[in-house]
Write a protein that binds this ligand. Sequence first.
Ligand SMILES: NC(=O)c1ccc[n+]([C@@H]2O[C@H](COP(=O)([O-])OP(=O)(O)OC[C@H]3O[C@@H](n4cnc5c(N)ncnc54)[C@H](O)[C@@H]3O)[C@@H](O)[C@H]2O)c1
Length: 406
Amino acid sequence: MINVIGLGYIGLPTALMMASHGLNVVGTDYDEKRVASLNDGTITFQERGLGELYDKSRALGVQFSTVYQETDLYIVSVPTPYDPLSKQVDPSYIVSAVNEILDTCLPDSTIVIESTVSPGTIDRYIRPIVDKKSLQDKVAIHLVHAPERIIPGNMVHELIYNNRTIGADDRAVGERIKSIYEQFCEGEIIVTDIRTAEMTKVVENTYRAVNIGFANELAKICRQAGMDVYEIIRICNQHPRVNILKPGPGVGGHCISVDPWFLVGDYPGLTDIISASMNTNDAMPAYVLRRIHDIMKEKGMTDPSRVGLYGLTYKENVDDCRESPTLQLLECQKKHLAEPLRVYDPFVKYDLVENQYHDFEAFLADTDFVVIMVAHRQLLEKMDLLRGKVVLDTRGVCDLDGVYRL
Ligand SMILES: NC(=O)c1ccc[n+]([C@@H]2O[C@H](COP(=O)([O-])OP(=O)(O)OC[C@H]3O[C@@H](n4cnc5c(N)ncnc54)[C@H](O)[C@@H]3O)[C@@H](O)[C@H]2O)c1
């Protein structure tokens, strides 16, 4: 039996994918509400294809519990935030999960860490407690790192088709875990050592963060030069060896806005480019706020209550709002003691912030100036409704006359 620990954005789809392929899976989370909801037949977040996967897994016997199971295979997908001051990874969630596993597991168990960690985290924080237990009880406990690459909005598809990396101390253990992932994963699975697996995951997200930071810097240069950054990037990307990502109002989520900081925290003297890129990205919500101010001035608008932010999530067509640029922008606004701007997001059905609307038409009726923070499908299909309004498009998706860009 596989016990998946942590049933959030990564653990739940992983548990369901494995169970739907006939593996015997119990998902464990210490959040009682989350577990109760899953046992009552309600999945805990919106994601394309997850409902079908859930139904299939339930029919095949997947279980959810708040209790760690006695077994010999665990997959850990608990949060790994960074310490805001040191920027280093905060390993406390994985340490606590592994401690509980060690109290429960059978001899000769394997603990697979799926959570993203900075290179060396497993050696520094996990291996000592595992080795102590192995020595004390004279049992073998194997460590594996299998970082996850899936993206919210396309998780189910990517779980099947992405290539994966598995890091293990022992090649045979790595190959055994690979054979389990191969039951559902059709991508290539590379087996390597644990530190290499840790580093590759963080490097992948850092590459994207630096590329986005570069695009954001280009957006500011093009603004000053009076040029269209999207057209410039579109043409540059025709070059066979150039692939610049899109600029935007900032980055959010649990990966690109977090993982590169691990390297800055661990190698402060060696990470000038990474650090500058992260600071550029983190400064984008404040930049958008300044753009709003400048456009209002240009248009002679004086009432900020007629300005509305479209989108609260950190990316399009998902309901995940963690670290989202809109939340960062509202936070920045708060520091100026300003009344928060109006906000609407079709994916956020509960009250998350002040002045939040749950009806698109009511939101539009109360706003003269719409800031596109997220390019949800709903907006792309109804872009005409913005005709006649002042529009600041931070995503490069609106081609109405007179639209303002980053
Ligand atoms: N969200 C993404 O897009 C994404 C993509 C790739 C990798 N990751 C990585 O995957 C890991 C998990 O991220 P997530 O987005 O799924 O987090 P999440 O916050 O959505 O879910 C984590 C879950 O773990 C539970 N939990 C925490 N500590 C626990 C413990 N000791 N025992 C049992 N349950 C516990 C929480 O209650 C929560 O339900 C992180 O390391 C993240 O960096 C996330």
